[in-house]
Design a protein around this ligand. Structure first.
Ligand code: OAD
Length: 257
């Protein structure tokens, strides 16, 4: 894999920074084998557009189809592990005084890689909640027939604990990410097309507050022209290189499995 040159002053700025925020999107999980939203859907779901499945109206119209789509994505995740990009951010979490990772991803890979100071802006596909009370349910039986399982407390349908289009993000997660973005010295934006709001506002808050904005993405995005640095590479290459350049003397933790 092609190595990448990290600008010396970026490495130094990152090393000296006491407040760092990172926003990630589907691109950081691409090298783990998780398709991004803008990639074509694969297999059975090729004929569906996520924007037609991940909505409250899709769930109202055909709850079992939406339930099965998430169940198939949960199953696909069982065989997937964090990649060096996730591991590099977990190491950064341990090296920076005031660090926050805000992810739009629902795959749980950041937590599995060891990230601790983490907010999941769009929920987590491994969690299921009641569609009426929004209380998370730990265990459920998936019946046959054409409905998702019923909530064991109130009987309403269960649904994945993820944010759908047209839905509000978890208030506390978003507020925590906004607070951190507005006081960041450095903000990394990794593997996101930066087109879905309000997450896409976070880098702009950081930039307006004077943070050094760094984009890590093999493709250009609307953020590219406002970023101070653009690492035009895959996260699995750029992030380990960035951590090694900023903290050359830090012990190189073995990748999480
Ligand atoms: P997208 O699929 O919109 O964008 C993925 C981004 O990752 C693109 O800019 C790719 O160029 C980039 N990318 C691909 N491979 C990469 C790699 N190896 N390393 C780094 N970057 C790579 O996914 P998101 O931006 O995450 O929301 O989409 C944001 C939201 O839109 C999702 O959270 C979801 C979706 O609707 C909800 O479900 C609410």
């Amino acid at each position: 894999m092609r190595a990448i040159e990290i600008p010396q002053d970026l490495a130094l700025t990152l090393r000296r920074a006491t407040r760092v925020v990172v926003l990630t999107g589907a691109g950081i999980s691409a090298e783990s084998g998780v398709p991004t939203f803008r990639d074509a859907q694969t297999g059975l779901w090729a004929k569906f557009d996520p924007r037609e499945l991940a909505t409250p109206s899709a769930f109202a119209r055909n709850p079992r189809l939406v339930w099965d789509w998430y169940a198939s994505r949960r199953e696909a995740l069982a065989g997937i592990v964090p990649n060096p990009g996730h591991v590099a951010l977990a190491r950064m979490d341990a090296l920076v005084h005031d660090f926050l990772l805000a992810t739009q991803n629902v795959d749980g890979l950041h937590e599995r890689a060891g990230s601790r100071r983490l907010v999941e802006l769009h929920g987590n596909i491994a969690r299921v909640k009641c569609s009426r009370e929004h209380r998370v349910v730990a265990k459920w039986e998936t019946p046959g027939g054409d409905l998702p399982p019923p909530c064991p407390h109130c009987g309403a349908l269960l649904r994945p604990d993820v944010v759908w289009f047209e839905e509000m993000l978890p208030e506390d997660a978003l507020a925590r990410a906004e607070r951190a973005a507005r006081r960041a010295e450095v903000m990394l934006v990794v593997g996101t097309s930066a087109e879905v709001w309000p997450a896409a506002a976070l880098p702009r808050h950081a930039k307006a507050a004077g943070a050094r904005l760094v984009e890590v993405n093999p493709e250009a995005t609307p953020l590219s022209e406002v970023a101070d640095d653009v690492l035009r590479a895959r996260a699995g290459i750029a992030l380990p290189a960035l951590v090694a350049a900023a903290w050359p003397d830090a012990p190189h933790a073995a990748p999480a499995v």
